[in-house]
Design a protein around this ligand. Structure first.
Ligand code: URP
Ligand code: ZN
Ligand code: ZN
Length: 465
């Protein structure tokens, strides 16, 4: 049989291990894994590693961000940047604009995404309203229509839900079989600390970090887990930043609870001191939870290595720096309160983890594939179509050159932001080709072809990672 495309000679990280073989691709799917496969097009993979295309299940694209504030990425630039970073699927969050329902928000987002994506996409929902129509009609209907995961917030004015509200939302998740993702930071404690900081004149970007200390996240993580236990649902704690929150997750699992956990590159590479950089530069690093101290990095690494973290995502939430619609928002230089939260990172997530994890010997290729692709597909209802190199799956593949060394440079990236928090960060191992359903969408760092990404409807979460 002659395949449409054959990738020859790569070291292939399959669902069951690592092997040297050819990959035969027909009709956008992986049709064969074997020796001496024949194809109409041949991609020489010798010296390269074939990994499942990255799935970044925590990104923010075109998300409403408050009056006068605009996210730096729309679906065109956000997914272009994702593809250039070795990803083939992203899962952005769908947040209703003020006065819009969840159903309307989904329609709005679909209209923004359709025809503009260089990766496949699927949306998580954000539940910020708990009125009877949202919880009784819209949310159940959307879950049944394939929006099988949603995020709730324990912080941010206008988004934070009370414990009672979180329980009500979790009850819907239980009934409908959806995954609840929780942003765990205690809003009341943050407000208390911010008011005190205001009184002390502590208004610089650095105080974004001092007003969101570790106990704020640890307490909320414990509470979120307890609420999920009371409601009888599994949950995913997203963007875990420190050792004490990680311990809460480990302890919950020891008690037999089904708790999944996600961490991100910023929590193994950045620190709160970055928010203290000269002038207003610290604003570039303002995100929530904030980066901690370097003493937390090994604790996060231990969680990655030992399997506490199922997911390694970017939390890509891009704003421009030199822009009054971005980090330099009105009042931002007067108080960190006015700096939009979030940093860009969808293009750098995989190279940072490959370099710091695989190349430095902390992480096997198989575990890298699991926490950057396979587990995302399982947990968010995309497996076995996505997330693994195996016969029958979509031919979503990233070819990596494990020897290519170069620093991260804003000039080389494709996002809409005007900076990267990792400027100058040395990386060994880069994706050199991204293949989406058999078609090359990135080669040697540059996007290739017209947007061909599709919207993915999802199944219920697979809880057996
Ligand atoms: O600062 C961050 N992480 N902004 C994005 C929104 C969120 O909480 O994930
Ligand atoms: Zn969050
Ligand atoms: Zn986020």
């Amino acid at each position: 049989m002659t395949h449409d495309t054959v990738i020859t000679g790569a070291r292939v990280v399959t669902a069951s291990g690592t092997t040297h073989c050819d990959i035969g691709i027909t009709d956008g799917r992986i049709a064969a894994l074997g020796k001496d496969l024949q194809g109409e097009h041949v991609i020489d993979g010798h010296g390269l590693i074939a990994l499942p295309g990255g799935i970044d299940s925590h990104v923010h694209i075109s998300q409403p961000s408050g009056p006068g504030i605009e996210m730096a990425d729309d679906f065109t630039s956000g997914t272009r940047s994702a593809a250039c970073g070795g990803n083939t699927t992203v899962l952005p969050f769908c947040l209703p604009e003020e006065g819009r329902t969840l159903r309307e928000a989904v329609a709005d987002y679909r209209a923004k995404a359709d025809g503009n994506c260089m990766t496949d996409v699927s949306f998580h929902l954000i539940v910020k309203d708990t009125d009877p129509v949202t919880l009784g009609q819209d949310l159940p209907a959307l879950i049944q229509a394939g929006y099988t995961s949603f995020k709730v917030f324990m912080t941010y004015a206008g988004l934070a839900l009370s414990d009672r509200q979180i329980l009500e939302v979790m009850a819907v998740a239980k009934e409908q079989g959806a995954m609840v993702m929780v942003h765990a930071e205690n809003e009341d404690a943050i407000e208390f600390l911010r008011d005190r900081a205001d009184r002390n004149g502590e208004t610089a970007p650095y105080h974004h970090a001092t007003t969101r200390p570790v106990p704020v996240e640890r307490e909320a993580t414990h509470r979120a887990i307890s609420l999920a236990e009371i409601a009888g649902v599994p949950l995913t704690i997203v963007h875990v930043s420190n050792g004490e929150a990680t311990e809460e997750i480990v302890r919950a699992r020891q008690r037999g609870l089904t708790v999944f956990a996600e961490t991100c590159p910023q929590y193994i590479t950045l620190t709160a001191s970055d928010l203290d950089r000269d002038g207003f530069d610290g604003a570039k690093y303002v995100c929530s939870p904030p980066p901690r101290t370097a003493e937390e990095w090994p604790k996060i690494w231990a969680g990655i290595e030992q399997g506490t973290f199922d997911l390694f995502s970017s939390d890509h939430c891009p704003f421009r720096f030199n822009d009054p619609a971005g980090k330099d928002a009105p009042g931002a230089r007067q108080s960190f309160r006015n700096i939009p939260n979030g940093i860009p990172g969808v293009e750098t997530r995989l190279p940072i983890l490959f370099s710091e994890g695989v190349v430095k010997g902390r992480l096997s290729l198989e575990r890298f594939a699991a926490i950057t692709a396979t587990n995302h597909a399982r947990l968010y209802g995309l497996f076995p179509r996505k997330g693994a190199i195996m016969v029958g799956a979509d031919a979503d593949i990233a070819l990596w050159d494990p020897t290519l060394s170069k620093p991260i440079r804003q000039a080389d990236l494709h996002h809409g932001s005007d900076y990267t928090p990792w400027e100058g960060f040395e990386v060994t191992g880069w994706p050199v080709r991204t293949i989406l359903r058999g078609q090359t969408v990135m080669q040697n760092g540059d996007p290739v072809g017209a947007p061909s990404g599709s919207y993915l409807e999802r199944e219920a979460p697979d809880l057996l990672l």
